[in-house]
Design a protein. Structure first.
Length: 333
């Protein structure tokens, strides 16, 4: 029986990709232009490398060909499919840019229904990238855009599309508003508070997760324990990580991305937003030299770059993803 901890976490973009594909097929049924590259093409051609250099070259080639042809409807379709590829491989910021470009191309030829879909896809990608206010703005744009589609309904597919998209965006708005309320709970006004009436201070309920902090900083949750390493950090703690740091010092705590299911001298953690590059992440301590007692980390003193050595594990792929700069303890009541 396999260990459940060896199973990679679910892909948060997979279900969204399937939903967007169903909506897109309502607008563009049938065969796509042959020069448009799709997620299925990437999966078949680049099963081993994924979103590596060969796949990037193929996507750039498709963009150049479609732009040279000059059909704005097909250019938008090409950009949207590339956005789905970014979304599947969990590059959410890249997906945001692609969906925005698809919307821009479709707007040139007044394709209102595809523009609505692009706004919705952009909003969902913004939400996965933890840009909640931008996501809510995109959902509002969809609400403004949809009535213009409904004014000229002549096809059954358009009628089904507007109904399905209305349901999707309404649910997305409801879920996002609930998430924002949990992050910022409502408190009574000063003149109506319980401080004067009941003689006690209002204490907001504890948040279930830390509030996201933007692009540079990311949260990681401790999911288990391994040996005696860092016993002061309990399970379910949250670690704040600066992903912009490139030079590290001896003794610093860092987050490590790896394809190994058992990295010695470390603690397994899980990112708040799942990463596409590594299936597993760990918390470890940086050391100047690598041996079996100190751990696998080696730092170049002159450049600050980090390299790794694993005893008897020469094929492991590992990298430092950021520096731990703080923590957040989830208190259970």
């Amino acid at each position: 029986m396999s260990d459940p901890s060896d199973t990679p976490p679910p892909n948060p973009g997979q279900m969204l990709v399937d939903s967007l594909m169903r909506l897109l097929d309502m607008l563009y049924p049938g065969q796509l232009p042959l020069d448009i590259i799709t997620l299925q093409d990437i999966k078949l051609r680049y099963r081993l490398t994924g979103m590596g250099a060969p796949a990037m070259r193929a996507m750039e080639q498709a963009q150049r060909i479609m732009r040279a042809i000059g059909n704005y409807q097909h250019i938008g379709l090409c950009e949207f499919h590339i956005g789905l590829i970014y979304l599947f491989y969990q590059d959410f910021h890249g997906a945001v840019e692609q969906f925005a470009e698809a919307r821009r191309q479709w707007s040139f030829v007044n394709e209102t229904a595809p523009v609505c879909l692009a706004y919705y896809a952009e909003g969902r990608a913004q939400e996965l990238a933890l840009h909640y206010e931008a996501a809510m703005a995109c959902y509002g744009k969809v609400e403004q855009c949809l009535p213009r589609v409904q004014l000229g309904l002549a096809q059954e597919s358009l009628r089904r599309f507007t109904k399905a998209l209305t349901t999707e965006v309404t649910q997305a708005q409801t879920d996002l508003r609930e998430l924002l309320r949990q992050a910022f709970p409502d408190l009574p006004d000063d003149d109506e508070g319980n401080v004067k009436r009941n003689g006690r201070t209002i204490i907001p309920p504890p948040a279930l997760t830390p509030i996201p902090t933007g692009d540079v900083y990311q949260w990681y949750q401790v999911t288990g324990r391994g040996g005696d390493f860092l016993q002061t950090i309990p399970t379910d703690s949250w670690l704040l990580v600066d992903t912009s740091v490139r030079a590290f010092q001896h003794g610093e705590l860092v987050i490590i991305g790896s394809n190994s299911s058992n990295l010695t001298g470390s603690i397994p953690v899980r990112p708040y937003t799942q990463l596409a590059t590594f299936p597993r992440t760990y918390l470890g301590r940086l050391h100047e030299r690598a041996n079996s007692d100190e751990g696998p980390f080696v730092r170049n003193v002159e450049t600050g770059e980090v390299q790794f050595r694993f005893p008897n594990e020469d094929n492991q792929v590992t990298a430092v993803l950021g520096l731990v700069v703080g923590y957040w303890l989830h208190t259970k009541k």
